[in-house]
Write a protein that binds this ligand. Structure first.
Ligand code: FES
Ligand SMILES: [Fe+2]
Length: 426
């Protein structure tokens, strides 16, 4: 459990909070490229880290992200005129460039130099593989864009979606750090899969409900190795990564399937953008895989059209199975919906002073410690330093001999995100 002080520190994401300041030292996915299809088209309101922002694509195709409310008297720039590579507030015509500099103030006398003193808060953006990335921290400590493998492979090898989750970002993320819930929360869902599965790993996952979870610290986060009984001479290992502060990875369930993961980006202290990414290191995703993903499957949710709200949500009981069934596992049948239902069921911001964490919660304890310590170090003047290569690992699913003790060394090579290499999952 956390102390009341650490709980409060972990919870707050706003710009004037210690955790908010720490989180702003990392690049983050802000929105999907497909949300801004046109140059000088309709802008998009986007809330990130408790800040209301406006995103737009300018006349030359570059993306801008700035504070929603005009530096003059706060009119929303949602209603601005977007032209000539700039944003002109509809109210009095103040004009802002992509970097927030104010270059025209037509309601002031022509001799006025007032505009030189005004800057609209703006954040740099980079587009990569269908996602618009931003950095909201101080310019001097801006790290390189992370070398996450889903950003470095060809765009055809990837698919990214996003959805809203109604709870604190760590509450959702911690589900990905906790392999031991698979055999419980997803028991029936995995069971249904096993009936049709041609692979053994689903059975191993179901049969061993008490996996041993071992952590190995890395420069950018940690490896989470979950060991289950396989056959007499081997263990089944699923190895995921957590990259500070908000990325998780998920190995394929079997064979040549795509790898996956999430970015858990705070909208504010009680709501989260969940970016879900699927990618294959060495091949384009097939049409069949894409149809499956777009329709909402595995980690991608089916959304209410025109929104990022999942079709199955709290208001309808997350029901996708037999809506009248008594047991929740009959009503809520999709993997993804089960994770959302259970992490939202804790409320928007669960009081972490009330928990009792056990041995399989070790990755949760460790990730919290790392980001809380990071925020505290920043308060003492030590800014986090993220190297691009820290993120360059991929998740794996393997069978290893029981006598292999150093599993992280045994999987070091297949785990390295090297172009044109890929080891199929067991
Ligand atoms: S409020 Fe934007 S120009 Fe006046
Ligand atoms: Fe889950």
């Amino acid at each position: 459990m956390l102390t009341p002080e650490d709980h409060a520190l972990l919870a707050a994401t706003g710009p004037k909070t210690p955790m908010g300041a720490y989180l702003r030292h990392f690049w983050l996915p802000a929105l999907l490229s497909r949300e801004l299809p046109e140059r000088d088209g309709t802008p998009v309101r986007v809330r990130l880290l408790s800040e209301d922002l406006i995103a737009f694509r300018n006349t030359s195709g570059d993306v801008g992200l700035m504070r929603e409310f005009c530096a003059h008297r706060g009119a929303s720039l949602y209603f601005a005129r977007y032209a000539e590579c700039a944003v002109r507030c509809w109210y009095h015509g103040w004009k802002y460039e992509l970097d927030g500099t104010c270059t025209d103030m037509p309601n002031e006398p022509p001799t006025s130099t007032f505009k030189d003193k005004i800057t609209q808060q703006a954040y740099p953006c980079v587009e990569r593989n269908g996602v618009i990335w931003t950095y909201m921290g101080p310019r001097a400590s801006r790290p390189p864009l992370p070398d996450l493998e889903w950003l470095t492979v060809p765009e055809d090898n990837t698919y990214t979606s996003k959805r809203i989750q109604q709870c604190h970002w760590t509450q959702g993320m911690e589900g990905d750090l906790d392999s031991s819930h698979l055999g419980f929360l997803h028991q029936e869902a995995i069971g249904r899969t096993v009936e049709h599965a041609t692979y053994e790993s689903a059975r191993w996952m179901l049969e061993d409900s008490n996996p041993k979870i071992e952590l190995v610290d890395t420069d950018g986060g940690m490896l989470i190795g979950s060991r289950r009984q396989a056959d007499g001479k081997s263990y089944y290992w699923r190895i995921n990564q957590w990259f500070a502060p908000w990325y998780t990875t998920i190995p394929a369930f079997t064979g040549d399937g795509p790898l996956a993961g999430h970015a858990w980006i705070p909208i504010d202290d009680e709501t989260t953008w969940v970016f879900a990414f699927s990618y294959h290191p060495t091949r384009a995703l097939t049409e069949g895989e894409l149809v499956h993903m777009r329709g909402g499957s595995a980690i991608h949710s089916e959304l209410i059209p025109g929104t990022f709200a999942p079709v199955h949500n709290k208001s309808n009981g997350y029901a996708a199975g037999a809506p009248d069934a008594k047991q929740p596992w009959m009503r809520i049948q999709n993997f993804q919906d089960q994770d959302v239902a259970i992490t939202e069921s804790m409320g928007p911001l669960y009081d972490r002073t009330q928990e009792h964490l056990g041995s399989t919660d070790n990755a949760i304890i460790q990730s919290r410690r790392r980001i809380i310590n990071g925020a505290k170090a920043l308060m003492n003047g030590q800014a986090p330093r993220a190297n691009a290569r820290d993120f360059s690992l991929r998740p794996v699913s393997v069978k290893l001999d029981r006598d292999i003790v150093k599993w992280s060394e045994a999987v070091a090579e297949p785990m390295e995100a090297r172009p044109e290499t890929f080891m199929a999952s067991v």
